[in-house]
Write a protein that binds this ligand. Sequence first.
Ligand code: R1P
Ligand code: URA
Length: 325
Amino acid sequence: MSMTNANFPMDAEGRTYHVGVKRGELANRVLTVGDPARAIVLSRSLDGVDPATPAKTVPTNLFSCFSHRGFLTITGRYKGVPVSIVAIGMGVSMMDFFVRECRAVVDGPMVMIRLGSCGSLSDAAVGDICVPSSSYLVQRNVDYFAPASDVTKPYHLSRAFEADPEITKILVKNMTASLGEGHVWSGVNATADSFYSSQGRQDDNFVDKNEDLFDELLAHEPNTQTLEMETFVLYHLAKTSTAAPLKHSALVNIHNNNSIRAGGCMMVFAQRKTNDFITKEDVARVEPLAGKAVFDSLVEVELGSEDDLHSSVGSVWEKEAVVCV
Ligand code: R1P
Ligand code: URA
């Protein structure tokens, strides 16, 4: 693989260095998940998929691309509208790669919605859905752990950044229609830089100083409801995205110059108050329902006219059964 441009490396075909996509392979509307297996399950809801497609297999009528760094992109249409699913793996850096590299290969405004899994600090039970209207970042304050450190706090909590309020509203509506009243929660998310220490898990093998972390999170943002590992970066980058990739300058002021509109929702896998963890059967029940609600939301979000979006000419959503090598 030969790349040019150390500032934003791409290969001769125009594929990005890590996500491995090029222009025409990614739609303006993107659902992002962590787990590639979840991406494949959700892809079964896209148009024209043969229900006999074996489990764990990307349907052959859809474009798919597994990058050498573990990103999986699947593109097709939902209710006739071009959409992509991108599985990114775990952690804030992977979300950063995803948002930046996907933004770089698409013309026009984009909507990105994350469907993840999370731990719940509230009464949301395993299998319920949380739709955070904002998210902050929880980072292990490594200097605190240095010998003779004068740093007083073992964890740094950032300010919260908001999701697009209209997308949050649409997600709550569609999730409620899909999962039922009483199973959808709104609140604030905390994105942590570890599944363990900065999510308050106790581990005798390390000095983590996190016994009081939940109290600190609730003091910081009283409506803190969920803990996971990527959403903050999505909300933050959407809010700091420029208008640069927009094709038409008339659109520049529509979304406060941001060319990315972001939302997020997550399935509760871990109930941190009761210590319950979701079963395999519950995941299999909730994932497709939640996925459909996200696809319905993705296509409901207003992104401007067809003419403002990435051209379908030469794109993979015009074609059938294309797999990148
Ligand atoms: C940890 O188990 C992973 O699960 C959550 C966290 O954010 C982290 O990525 O989300 P995903 O299920 O989307 O990966
Ligand atoms: N993902 C997380 O990051 N934390 C949890 O507790 C469950 C899923």
